[in-house]
Design a protein around this ligand. Structure first.
Ligand code: CDP
Ligand code: MG
Length: 708
């Protein structure tokens, strides 16, 4: 068998440290069971209630089946069987025996911190307990905040299924630019907008340990709101990390611990650092597949591109090995993956085969995939990092924290004893990794935070009760009108400026296209030449923003055609999203009193409006690349840009991404005099003088290969 077993297989490559990540808590469970006996009657009642729910919903289904075909009836009764097993699964979750205690604690305390292992049922079960015990009586609502869009959608879908309702009816979700709720919605999972109206009776701040920006802001807001609303219940749900801090922040709120069922996880470290962790992942998966007993495998990578490459490599090597190995199902999961593909990771593994899920750290705590026995952890994650001095925000691949690494390892021990393969040395774990991840609020551009808080009517930001206050110098105030738009401050500034330059039609389109996240152009590996040609055909003078506008306009002229997208290597899904976003933004124009009108083909006003929003993102051609105007940092035009070859003297960039070097993504050409026009408070004439009159030699080199 030609297995790529570099380093002589497991023996040669790995160093084992039989480290148990957690102790079994079966002792505690036994004690609980004693207590449970006394409550048996109550529990029987719950079981019966569950059955009643089943019965009722099956009655509804039966009503609908009167004149259905036989086939459909079979499918429906299969759904019944599924539903029964869903109830069994619910009862088997670690949180289930604590249902009554938990409800009692919620009744007795306004703010309660709930700590439980990932997968114990916090997100899916607790809201159901609340609904079952009537918290939503009288039209009241339950809200559960989620840091990730994927988690919000998938959890809402799961809970809707468990409750037996259609997603968007009683159970729904609301994420930025997408609202899947209705008047009937009682339980809402949401990533965005807190919507804390008087109708909300319980708010659950879920995944609190992630310490995302929104979560951190919510902490401060809710603490304040709770004082005025004694009837509001606040639940702070967290994985087993740092719960004391939450309790402390909320004036010593009690912590309710749900004992987990964790099996021991053996941890293996590599003896030497890995030069190429992607390749190391692929090799490790295959090693596990051929040498280890059945059980699914979870690999942690940092982003979509890496995940796709890893999946391709795995599939490719499996194809080459053919029937020499049993089947390996390779499934990716990341935030932008289409939801039908996302759902696949939850389907059970067929006997005789092995599933390998290649995930971002979304699978660290937000999603639970059953059946994982093996975890491969290269020890990296992608983190947003903000430099207040340069005003730059970038996504950087950095070593993850020890807390993260332990969470990842824990994923292997949910259903049985597992193994975690760390693609780094034990020494690196102890000496090179940070203890825990720095909260996002301390490494982000606070423009958005400020706007959000201001829009909520909070003006005294300096004294706002932050759990970990953001750096003082980044608290700068910006306009309230901008806060009306659910987009980044610079984008909203750009939209507002389009009023003055009479080109809001075009600018709205550009804003919508920019907000769909660089996923417009489709570039399949086997049709690279065609895709690049198609892309080239969209190029128009002015820069990438104008190209985006051109793509959208042509699509509009095609009647928003799917076929058109297909033929032009454009992602239909992204375009559809851009259209949605555009419609929503257009709807808001009224509110901020901006008239929607077109520049009629003149591209100067459009570029001026962009400059007005992004004046901070100016770069000027200099030796060997570009330099940002304010901080003289060296940056480069992204090879995918329409201006990569042209290299104009002055550029505005939409964002900086750091891969092999600091690249500007989505750039437009500007005239430096515009900067004085749009931001006279910011630029001085002297700064904008051109020191040389001749065009700079092109020195960027071919970076295309580096980027893949
Ligand atoms: O929130 P917590 O991590 O405590 O657990 P949960 O998300 O409520 O998950 C409880 C159970 O529901 C897990 O065992 C998952 O397998 C299952 N689940 C699922 O099947 N599909 C989802 N989309 C979410 C959860
Ligand atoms: Mg959860």
């Amino acid at each position: 068998l030609e297995m790529p077993m570099e380093g002589g297989g497991e023996q040669g490559r790995w160093e084992e440290e039989r480290l148990k990540t957690a102790s079994l808590s079966f002792g505690a469970k036994k004690e609980r069971e004693k207590g449970l006996k006394a409550e048996r009657e109550k529990y029987q009642l719950i079981l019966e209630e569950d059955e009643i729910i089943n019965f009722v919903s099956s009655a509804v289904i039966m009503k609908g089946t009167q004149d259905e075909t036989e086939q459909e009836q079979a499918a429906l009764s299969q759904a019944e069987v599924q539903k029964q097993s869903i109830q069994e699964v619910r009862r088997s979750l670690p949180v289930f025996p604590y249902r009554e205690d938990l409800l009692l604690a919620i009744q007795q305390h306004q703010i309660l911190v709930i700590e439980g292992e990932t997968g114990s049922g916090k997100t899916t079960q607790i809201p159901q307990f609340l609904m079952e015990s009537g918290y939503n009586d009288g039209g009241m609502k339950i809200g559960c905040t989620q840091p990730r869009r994927v988690a919000a959608m998938s959890v809402a879908a799961r809970v809707a299924q468990e409750v037996g309702v259609k997603l968007g009816n009683e159970v729904g979700y609301s994420i930025r630019f997408e609202d899947c709720t209705s008047e009937r919605t009682v339980l809402k999972y949401m990533t965005d907008g807190i919507g804390l109206c008087l109708k909300v009776v319980v708010v659950i701040i879920d995944e609190a340990h992630e310490r995302t920006l929104h979560t951190d802001i919510l902490f401060g807001l809710i603490k304040d709101i709770a004082r005025f609303r004694p009837d509001l219940k606040v639940l702070v749900a967290s994985a087993t990390l740092d719960t004391e801090r939450f309790s402390c922040f909320f004036d010593d709120a009690p912590v309710f611990r749900i004992p987990g069922r964790r099996f021991p996880v053996d941890i293996f470290y590599t003896k030497a650092p890995e030069a190429d962790y992607l390749e190391a992942c692929v090799v490790s998966v295959l090693q596990i597949h051929v040498t280890q007993p059945p059980g699914d495998c979870l690999v942690f990578l940092t982003g979509q591109e890496e995940i796709e490459t890893c999946c391709e490599l795995l599939q490719e090597r499996c194809r080459r090995l053919g029937s020499k190995i049993s089947e390996l199902l390779v499934l990716p999961i990341y935030a932008n993956l289409p939801s039908d593909m996302q759902a696949k990771i939850f389907s059970p593994t067929p006997p005789g085969s092995r599933k390998v899920v290649v995930a971002t750290n979304i699978a660290e705590t937000s999603l639970t995939i059953d059946g994982i026995i093996y975890v491969i952890d290269p020890g990296f994650c992608k983190q947003k990092s903000y430099n207040a001095r340069t005003g730059m925000e970038s996504l950087i691949v950095t070593p993850c924290s020890r807390a993260s690494a332990n969470q990842r390892a824990g994923r292997a021990g949910r259903v049985a004893a597992g193994k975690c393969f760390r693609l780094y040395t034990a020494w690196a774990f102890k000496h090179e990794m940070e203890e825990s991840t720095v909260p996002e609020i301390q490494r982000t551009n606070l423009g958005n935070v400020v706007l959000l808080l201001k829009s909520l009517g909070i003006n005294d930001l300096i004294h706002f009760d932050f759990m970990d206050p953001p750096p003082h110098e980044t608290l700068v105030l910006l306009g309230r009108r901008m806060a009306e738009l659910p987009v980044d401050p610079m984008l909203s500034k750009m939209i507002l400026a389009s009023e003055q330059y009479k080109c809001s039609e075009e600018v709205l389109t550009i804003a919508a296209m920019l907000s769909v996240n660089n996923s417009i152009f489709y570039r399949p590996k086997d049709k690279v030449v065609h895709a690049d040609n198609a892309r080239q055909n969209f190029v128009v003078p002015g820069g990438d923003h104008m190209v985006l506008l051109n793509v959208y306009t042509q699509w509009l002229e095609s009647g928003y055609s799917t076929q058109w997208c297909y033929e032009n290597f454009i992602q239909f899904r992204s375009m559809k999203r851009a259209r949605d976003v555009r419609e929503q933004l257009e709807g808001l124009m009224d509110r901020i009193e901006v008239e929607v009108c077109s520049s009629g083909g003149d591209i100067v006003p459009i570029r001026k409006a962009v400059t007005a929003g992004y004046f901070y993102h100016t770069a000027r051609l200099s030796k060997g690349g570009y330099k940002t105007v304010k901080h003289q940092q060296t940056v480069y035009v992204h090879p995918n840009s329409s201006l990569f070859e042209e290299q104009p003297r002055w550029l505005i960039y939409h964002e900086l991404v750091f891969t092999t070097k600091e690249f500007m993504r989505q750039v437009i050409e500007i005239d430096s005099s515009w900067l004085l026009e749009v931001a006279p408070h910011y630029y001085k004439n002297k700064e904008l003088e051109d020191s040389s009159s001749k065009k700079m030699p092109r020195k960027q080199g071919k970076a295309k290969e580096e980027l893949g």
